[in-house]
Design a binder for this molecule. Structure first.
Ligand SMILES: [Zn+2]
Length: 211
């Protein structure tokens, strides 16, 4: 039987699961001001079957707090803005479809991509994990609307291979490949429910990431 991560006012927000698929995005800026969001729905935190807790609603507000203070806890959010929902009280299937591989805010913010400062040609494409565990990446819209694709054993391999092909098609290496994931590239990564309190000794996740 999985023991759920106990939630209390000392629970680190970084240990909650980010409730969106893919890379970390926060569409709010400035400082978290509870009075500013009185008309927003409460921040809804749902218990997953494995014992992790996922932010179903309020990811932007949680992200806003964490960008300023990676060590923030539930105590940094007024209780009136928080709603907790246990297993069975919410739709696991919908969440599984919407967000098949939840990762903690800690992980997803750590993996935030570096901002490119050079001005390469930006090429958009997609990447997906295939049933056999390999990865398929492609871009459409080259010459005569052709598609260029590549496979790899890892997502990074597939992306690198595709980058090489697109570069040779375009005749330049000065390009920035932006790939949208079509499905979960990784499985859900449970946080350690026993050892999570030791994580506080790690260095802050994102410093000066404001852009
Ligand atoms: Zn989990």
């Amino acid at each position: 039987m999985v023991k759920a991560m106990p939630l209390d006012k000392n629970t680190r927000l970084a240990d909650l699961m980010y409730g969106h698929n893919g890379e970390f995005h926060c569409h709010l800026s400035g400082r978290f001001d509870p009075d500013k969001y009185t008309r927003s729905p409460p921040i809804q935190i749902c218990e997953m079957e494995c014992g992790c807790w996922i932010v179903a609603d309020g990811n932007n507000r949680v992200g806003l707090i964490l960008r300023r203070n990676p060590e923030a806890t539930l105590a940094d959010i007024p209780g009136r803005l928080l709603v907790f929902t246990g297993i069975g009280e919410w739709d696991d299937d919908t969440m599984g479809w919407w967000n098949p591989s939840p990762k903690s805010f800690r992980d997803v913010m750590r993996k935030r991509p570096k901002t490119r400062t050079d001005h390469g040609i930006v090429v958009h494409g997609m990447i997906e994990r295939c049933d056999d565990g390999s990865f398929f990446a492609c871009v459409v819209g080259g010459k005569a609307n052709s598609s260029i694709s590549a496979r790899g054993a890892t997502a990074n391999d597939a992306k690198a291979a595709l980058e090489g092909r697109v570069a040779s098609e375009l005749g330049t290496t000065n390009l920035v490949l932006v790939l949208t994931s079509m499905n979960a590239l990784e499985d859900h990564q449970c946080i350690s429910h026993d050892g999570y309190s030791t994580w506080k000794h790690q260095s802050p996740v994102v410093a000066n990431a404001e852009s």
